[in-house]
Design a protein around this ligand. Structure first.
Ligand code: PRP
Ligand code: ORO
Ligand code: MG
Length: 194
């Protein structure tokens, strides 16, 4: 599936939002990719994750034992990637701000893990997730995301396979362009929510 077709899926799902967004990194952006709206349609999730799984097979190869995702955004895409790759899918979730494995999930020692995200912007969430997987004995062979907003620049410490690579502007809050500063800021993600 080429990038234009992936973008068409986002547009059809009304997941390509314009406004003033506070990203999880604290950066501000005039554009937000709301992957939850894309993944709410099981057939669309199937199409996109089949394409992402094919890229993973091509670029990483077979031999993945386990998908591990960071909640919330990673949960649905991680589950669908597990289904496409024929392996179990588990997730880490924030406890007092730090990712932890809960709900009886386990990572077998040496398991070859694929870290699956919905969106990568700075890569911080991916790196946090990978750190937990490795601390628990897993081996992260690669990451996969529907969207890489860094256009390949984010370094997550392992190869990152993405369906859509975008170079989307983001700004520090004290350096906003006037047209962005004029709009009320919204924070769609869940990091730091009370
Ligand atoms: O590469 P980064 O700069 O870390 O940004 C990307 C992260 O931001 C979003 O999650 P968010 O923390 O907003 O929370 P959510 O997944 O719980 O919605 C998204 O799901 C990624 O996890
Ligand atoms: O960086 C983020 O927080 C982020 C950006 C984006 O476009 N979509 C998303 O879910 N999170
Ligand atoms: Mg997230």
């Amino acid at each position: 599936m080429n990038q234009a077709l992936v973008l068409d899926e986002f547009r059809a799902a009304r997941a390509l939002l314009e406004g003033h967004f506070i990203l999880t990194s604290g950066l501000r952006s005039p554009m937000y990719l709301q992957c939850a709206r894309v993944l709410m349609d099981p057939k669309r999730a199937d199409r996109l994750c089949a394409a992402l799984a094919a890229l993973v097979r091509q670029q990483v190869g077979e031999g993945i034992d386990l998908v591990v995702s960071p909640a919330m955004g990673g949960v649905v895409v991680g589950y669908e990637m597990g289904r496409q790759l024929g392996v179990p899918a588990i997730f880490v979730e924030r406890v007092d701000g730090q990712f932890a494995l809960r709900r009886g999930f386990e990572i077998p020692e040496g398991a070859r893990c694929l870290m699956v995200e919905d969106v990568v912007t700075t890569g911080l969430s991916s790196r946090e997730c990978i750190k937990v997987i490795e601390a628990l004995g897993g081996k992260v062979v690669a990451g996969a995301s529907l969207v890489d907003r860094s256009d390949g620049k984010a370094d997550i410490g392992v190869p990152l396979v993405s369906l859509l690579r975008l170079d989307v502007p983001s700004y520090s809050p004290d350096n906003l362009p006037p047209e962005l500063a004029a709009l009320p800021a919204v924070k769609p993600g869940s990091r730091g929510l009370k």
